[in-house]
Write a protein that binds this ligand. Structure first.
Ligand code: PLP
Length: 389
């Protein structure tokens, strides 16, 4: 029998849409000029970059000049946080607090930690509840205490919880605090209208919405000043030096355009697959606990903890049955670490070692979901039996 191959790790990355690849192709071989060159080869590439910027800006409901192209979500997060913190330092060194949450991706978390350790900024972590929703009162208090900026992710990569970004941005502004959101997981699944969200800075990465890997952008509201992290040429209004990656930028704009043009269709499909998966697992695997928020969660995202089991074991057994999933923690072979996100939600150390994330996509079928439920039931029963011996 042919081995199954079921991909349920779309939060890690998505396949590139063939229509996106097709849009990118001419920019490798035909329209290959450097967008900064003045001649006709360069001008054609520059036009493609500017068209992509306009497409993205129209989806975000902002000005094209407010979009800064980067090499992905990590770089966009670094530029937003370090860039804003460094700028604020030049204005008022006594305001030094950076407000964030224990749920952030390392691209945000490690950047804030570095600023705290080596540049005398102070990191303030706002607690979250058992479902991963931020404590809004604690957020308000944190903003009131000499804070310069706040960074709260739109949707969490590990447990899928969606945060009340528009409310948080409004609170931050009451205290004159800049508001950044990491929208890497949200892009393609949640509305990205920055006027409605009211954010100052928003990070996006193309490979989460069927675009290419290694390209992203940062929305920077007009009037928000950043110090660039990467110095060199004057690309991207002096905010991001380096020759533009024309094919990837074109591909990202095409992918975002498709994701929002076909939004209802894809979201309805994700929800149907996700809900079938969650309902099936909770009904058939009594040890499974749904992690994250029951309904304020990404349409594609299901996540669980299996107290007493280990993520690596689960992943290995699922992989043997042809199912690609991922864990809640940064597992290193031999020495798995408990997930910081699950610990922040109040899970015990042993529970925080047992996270499983299953994220559906455009190609996921009901048959694949049913097979996954069958396999998970079998694998979990077997592992619990072994654990008893
Ligand atoms: N932020 C979040 C929430 C993510 O999930 C990821 C990637 O998984 C990133 C940032 C980093 O994005 P990139 O892979 O484009 O560097």
């Amino acid at each position: 029998m042919k081995r199954k191959s079921i991909y349920l790790d779309h939060s890690a990355t998505t396949p590139t849409d063939p229509r996106v690849v097709e849009a990118m192709m001419p920019y490798f071989t035909e329209i290959y000029g450097n967008p900064s060159s003045v001649h006709s080869f360069g001008r054609k590439a520059e036009q493609a970059v500017e068209d992509a910027r306009e497409t993205i800006a129209s989806i975000l409901n902002c000005q094209p000049s407010e979009i800064v192209f980067t090499s992905g979500g990590t770089e966009a997060d670094n530029l937003a946080i370090r860039g804003a913190a460094w700028h604020q330092r030049t204005l008022n060194p006594s305001r030094n607090r950076l407000v964030t949450t224990p749920l952030e991706h390392h691209a945000v978390g490690q950047t804030v930690t570095q600023l705290d350790h080596v540049m005398d900024f102070e990191r303030l972590l706002v607690p979250v509840d058992q479902t991963g929703r931020i404590d809004v009162n604690a957020f308000r208090n944190a903003c009131a205490e000499s804070a310069i900026m706040a960074s709260v992710m739109y949707a969490n990569n590990e447990v899928g919880t969606v945060e009340p970004i528009a409310d948080l941005a409004q609170i931050a502004h009451e205290y004159d605090v800049l508001f950044h959101t990491d929208a890497v997981q949200a892009a393609g699944q949640m509305l990205l209208d920055v006027a409605e969200l009211g954010v100052d800075l928003l990070s996006v990465s193309a490979h989460k919405f069927y675009g290419p890997k290694g390209v992203g952008f940062l929305y920077v509201r007009k009037g928000v000043a950043l110090v660039p992290n990467q110095s060199g040429g004057s690309h991207e209004n002096g905010l991001r030096a380096g020759t533009h990656n024309t094919p990837y930028i074109v591909g990202m704009a095409k992918a975002l355009d498709l994701a929002y043009a076909e939004f209802e269709k894809h979201i309805a499909h994700y929800r149907e697959m996700r809900d079938r998966l969650i309902a099936g697992i909770l009904a058939r695997v009594p040890q499974a606990q749904l992690s994250g928020h029951p309904n304020q969660r990404l349409p594609s995202h299901a996540s669980f903890v299996f107290a007493g089991l280990e993520t690596n074991q689960l992943l290995m057994h699922l992989d043997l049955k042809g199912i690609a999933a991922s864990g809640g923690s940064a597992c290193k072979t031999g020495s798995p670490e408990p997930s910081d996100v699950l610990l922040a939600l109040g899970y015990s150390e042993s529970e925080a070692l047992s996270g499983l994330r299953l994220t559906v996509g455009r190609q996921t079928t009901a048959e694949e979901i049913d097979y996954t439920i069958d396999v998970l039931q079998e694998v979990v029963e077997k592992l619990y039996d072994l654990a008893k011996v």
